[in-house]
Design a binder for this molecule. Structure first.
Ligand code: URA
Length: 233
């Protein structure tokens, strides 16, 4: 879980900093079953133990951080506790948001869950709030809903996208797939340009209004279930 090497944990334990049910553990070799309630029972150096795997969380991704080691710039993982980079199994983002996209990003160490969420079968909707450079023309909704829009360089048309205008240069779009730079390329195909892009909903899970940019929250079973609400799986 990233707390340290065996040696470091032995030192922490000997220093009395590992508590189980309120009492310091003395023997770092003691085998303790990893039960779901362990995070409530164990404290490390004064703090509740991190949740054991499987760990799933939401992050309010701010602008300017990347989801991929291949892109330049600070990574989203840098917004999480430092030791989480040493967790095994590792945390991964569930899909990606562009560096200049903000909003709801899920991360998990549960590979099966990750694949269930991104699988086309699950049909998980992703909702984006868009600000555009030029006023809407009025035909965007029909074109996006048609299921015939082709993005440059692709061979298959996009699945229908729900579209709602919110004034002259603002819109909300809901996608059921996630092609590379999809929202930006959809509007580029219509001669417009996305200025700001923010994801505020994945499946039936909303980005909480009290979760500040850069902050994260661990998800419980009900919130994970909400991701699949309204889908087909
Ligand atoms: N579409 C985009 O163009 N960028 C994102 O980050 C997400 C969807």
């Amino acid at each position: 879980m990233g707390y340290g090497s065996r040696r470091e944990i032995a030192l922490l334990t000997r220093a009395g900093l590992v508590l189980l049910d309120g009492a310091p553990l003395r023997d770092a070799d003691q085998r303790i079953p990893v039960t779901p309630d362990l995070a409530q029972r164990m404290r490390i150096d004064g703090e509740a133990l991190d949740p054991p795997p499987a760990l799933t969380l939401m992050l309010h991704k701010p602008l300017g951080v990347t989801c991929s080691h291949k892109e330049a710039g600070p990574l989203v993982y840098g917004l999480l506790p430092e030791r989480w980079r040493r967790r095994d199994p590792a945390l991964s983002t569930v899909g990606r948001l562009d560096k200049e996209t903000s909003g709801l990003l899920l991360l998990t160490d549960d590979g099966a869950l990750l694949h269930r969420i991104i699988s086309p079968k699950a049909n998980v909707a992703k909702r984006y709030r868009v600000t555009l450079d030029r006023p809407l023309k009025g035909d965007e909704g029909a074109i996006f809903a048609s299921g015939t829009l082709m993005l440059e360089g692709e061979e298959k048309p996009l699945l229908p996208v729900a579209f709602e205008a919110e004034g002259a240069v603002n819109a909300v779009v809901t996608l059921h797939e996630g092609r590379y730079h999809q929202v930006r390329r959809m509007f580029a195909a219509l001669g417009n340009h996305v200025v700001t892009l923010h994801r505020d909903r994945v499946g039936g899970l909303d980005l909480p209004t009290d979760l500040a940019p850069g902050a994260h929250r661990i998800l419980g079973a009900a919130e994970i279930a909400a991701v699949f609400a309204g889908g087909e799986a």
